[in-house]
Design a protein around this ligand. Sequence first.
Ligand SMILES: Cc1ncc(C[n+]2csc(CCOP(=O)(O)OP(=O)(O)O)c2C)c(N)n1
Ligand SMILES: [Mg+2]
Length: 407
Amino acid sequence: MHLSAHGHVTRFADRVEVISVSGDDSHWEDQLKSGWGTTRFFAAIEARKANSDLVLVDVMGAIVMSGKSQQQGLGAIVDTYAGRARNDDLGNDVSLALYKDMLRNRRIEEEIARRYTDQEMRCPVHLSIGQEAVSAGVCLALDRQDQIVSTHRAHAHYLSKGGDLKAMLAEFHGKASGCCGGRGGSMHIFDVPAGVLLSLPIVGSGIPVAAGAALAMKQRAEPHVAVAFLGDAAVEEGVFHEAANFAVLHSLPVIFVCENNLYSVYTPLKTRQPDLPLERLGRCHGMPSITADGNDAEAVLAVTRSAVARARAGDGPSFLVFDTYRWLEHCGPNYDNDIGYRTPAEFEAWRGRDPLSRMEEHLRNNGILDAGKIAALEADIDSEIDIAFKFALESPLPGPGEVNVYA
Ligand SMILES: Cc1ncc(C[n+]2csc(CCOP(=O)(O)OP(=O)(O)O)c2C)c(N)n1
Ligand SMILES: [Mg+2]
């Protein structure tokens, strides 16, 4: 068997765990820990010996292959899995799709930031610049009929899932053509046909809605999954734990995606939580839980695919933690590194791990992208953005007749 490393992907290396491999199988342990640790799939495998069985489990804990060590051996098991993994290999098309999605979201949000001081958008904006790999990787793992529920920081989730850009920008401008008829603003964007069920700014409040959507899917025997996006602050809300418990109990097809950008507004995670991995909070409810590099769209995609497969197979929820970093201020278009709640060194370290540049470098190195192709992609995106802003600016405001009186 020959396994070729794909070069740049080393991120799951710390997930490789080989327990009690002995005798004839010991050389596979070295393979898993070293050579294969640099390939994107084999590094995602844990090999463990349960009683006399050798078992390979994927990153979400699902058993992908098992066999008696004497009869089959770990090598044979891994060989078999290798065939399956190769069929699943991400490939350049997928990497390019992730890149395009991140580039589009980056440029849309940069343009929102640039135009914000025009005061035509009168709602708050929570930008995700720096965090684009999470929405790109998660949403590429989903089908259109799968549903997501988002937060106050919703733009990238909405766009990656296929939400309509014109309706989003019109909403930011308070226009009747906005996705909420101009009355919701940036924190209430939704697009049901695209599977963006809703976004909600009350921290944690979307989580049970996603669990409810998953319950409906299960009751209707639909093969879909629901995703709850949440920030690191939302795991501190009781409702996260209620929804997690309910989802595990009823084996719901829901994935809890925690975007850990280390801050709740200005308050760092380390002053809010003990120094323990956030993923334990999913595991303690009894669901497979994992932390991955949230600035690596391919890693996000691979982990999410595994969770989606579990959910579609009826095996229940998963908790995914993606470590990432917001570049701009919590709310608004500016950098706020001068106000002292985070250090310039921390910011620069994270900016050095820019998910977009990392993917660009990978694609350039593989001969998929060059300066000309990037410029062409940027021009297409910019023209789409111009058209959408023009639509938003020229759309009428809602009339008095569209006001609903609830009291
Ligand atoms: C229940 C509740 N408490 C407080 C707030 C005010 N608030 C808005 S966003 C936010 C921080 C959320 O942090 P996190 O969930 O980590 O998401 P991030 O902003 O980092 O993306 C807070 C405290 C709120 N909207 N809802
Ligand atoms: Mg946060």
